[in-house]
Design a binder for this molecule. Structure first.
Ligand SMILES: *Cc1c(COP(=O)(O)O)cnc(C)c1O
Length: 460
């Protein structure tokens, strides 16, 4: 816990600025009406502080921009591919590397190669694209995360952990032959950015080794997870985050990566593997979906920026400031008594809209309403994770009614300052103070697929 006494202040200074768009309340009211009370339909220019996602929204360093100028845009065998491969081998320890345009490109490849129709894929909670690729390959996802992950008020520090009893029960029920791999995410995005412990991953490794089952690692936020292990897990505080990252990777057989998160680039990802046969098949299939195996849908310059971003992502000062800034915002909101998912996640703060607006029934879309109100108050853009995102039941056609109605405040890396965090917290507090005046919404347009992206609403 010693690290907590060290300031999280930014370990960089600003050398280029991008002006933000300052709006009046009048302009925001008009923009929100035109966007049908859906923050996804706002224009970026109408937003002051954008907390929609931490994906592809990071600020690159001067080193990364310099690397962009060193792009070797040869079709085959680009120098930048070899730099990327070397960075992945050095910092993550995986043997073989295939670049992809982003994380889901790697998920597509590994799912097609390892999953057969009828297979079962246990995982520590689902992620939207990961699960969809597993299903498209004929697999069925089974949730094996600990029960605490589903409870917004549980203070359990490692809500990303696998429940080993659940995993063993799945193996016994279906047999190891039907399980091509266990899908392990560090950290767990859908649980609110919650980490898993090193001890837990070791135990998962032991159990899967006994049955001869692989672990495929969704390592999108592995550095944030490793930093939480350093902060909270017994016996880990003296280690470097980089060292813990490498150990986490060493406990798995391969990985998919969305480099748009941890690795500080605006686009990019990869598939990493230790088994030669699986790598060979992936290297063959990548040419169908992404491009040749030495560029995988990316420009040489993107691979260079990724290689540099990987080394920066495990830097101790960087990761302390990254998670420190999210905790700063989260703690401010918690101290003000704002209802939220606890503990604070590593990539954002998740407001509990059901508790925030208890008088707004679920069918009046409390999280959608709260996201719209936050925008109206100060131009802060957030995202609904509730009944709108959950969609409709395929069988009955009725809405799915998720337990949690959340509004996600995701913090981009190295983009906003402490003063911005203060603006956000003050705005949330203002909206909370006048919560009783807030009424819900009615849906006026509903798209068939992934409705949260394009649905429209009006005020009740
Ligand atoms: C973003 C994300 C992905 C998918 O990556 P893309 O780069 O968006 O395709 C997969 N898993 C997790 C946990 C993510 O957060």
């Amino acid at each position: 816990m010693t690290e907590q006494h060290i300031s999280w202040a930014e370990p960089y200074k600003i050398k280029m600025v991008e002006p933000l768009f300052m709006t009046t309340r009048e302009q925001r009211v008009k923009a929100m009406e035109e966007a049908g009370y859906n923050t996804f339909l706002l224009k970026s220019e109408e937003v002051y502080i954008d907390l929609l996602t931490d994906s592809g929204t990071s600020a690159m360093s001067d080193r990364q921009w310099a690397g962009m100028m060193l792009g070797d845009e040869a079709y085959a065998g680009s120098r930048n591919f070899y730099n990327l491969e070397a960075a992945i081998q050095k910092y993550y320890g995986y043997k073989h590397v295939i670049p992809t345009h982003q994380g889901r490109g790697a998920e597509n490849l590994i799912s097609r190669i390892l999953i057969k129709p009828g297979d079962i894929v246990p995982g520590n909670m689902y992620f939207t694209t990961t699960k969809l690729h597993q299903e498209m390959a004929g697999g069925t996802f089974v949730d094996i995360i600990v029960d605490e992950a589903h409870d917004a008020n549980s203070m359990f520090p490692f809500k990303g952990n696998v429940d080993l009893k659940k995993l063993e029960a799945v193996i016994k029920e279906h047999g190891a032959k039907k399980i091509p791999y266990v899908s392990i995410a560090t950290t767990v995005n859908m649980a609110g950015g919650q980490p898993m412990s090193l001890a837990n991953l070791k135990a998962v490794r032991e159990l899967t080794a006994k049955y001869g089952i692989r672990i495929i690692h969704d390592m999108t936020r592995v550095a944030e997870n490793a930093y939480m292990i350093k902060l909270l897990e017994e016996g880990q505080s003296e280690r470097s985050t980089a060292d813990i990252v490498k150990e986490l990777c060493s406990l798995t057989d391969g990985a998919t990566m969305s480099a748009k998160k941890d690795a500080l680039v605006n686009i990019g990802g990869f598939l990493a593997l230790n088994e030669w046969d699986v790598f060979e098949e992936a290297r063959n299939q990548v040419v169908i979906f992404e491009g040749l195996h030495t560029y995988g849908g990316l420009a040489g310059r993107d691979m260079e920026a990724m290689a540099i971003g990987i080394s920066e992502s495990v830097d101790e000062d960087h990761i302390r400031a990254r998670v420190g800034q999210v905790f700063y915002l989260g703690k401010k909101l918690m101290d003000a008594g704002i209802p939220m998912v606890k503990p604070i996640g590593t990539h954002g703060v998740f407001l509990d809209a059901k508790a925030f607006l208890p008088h707004v029934p679920q069918l009046a879309f409390p999280a959608q309403t709260l996201a719209a109100e936050l925008y109206l108050d100060a131009g802060v853009r957030t995202m609904e994770r509730g009944i709108v995102s959950a969609g409709r039941d395929k069988e009955t056609g009725d809405h799915c009614y998720p337990d949690l109605e959340l509004v996600r405040l995701t913090v981009p890396r190295r983009v906003y300052t402490q003063a911005h965090m203060d603006v956000i917290a003050e705005s949330v507090e203002r909206v909370y103070k006048r919560r009783n005046e807030i009424k819900g919404l009615r849906m006026t347009y509903e798209p068939k697929y992934l409705r949260f992206f394009q649905a429209k609403f009006e005020k009740l």
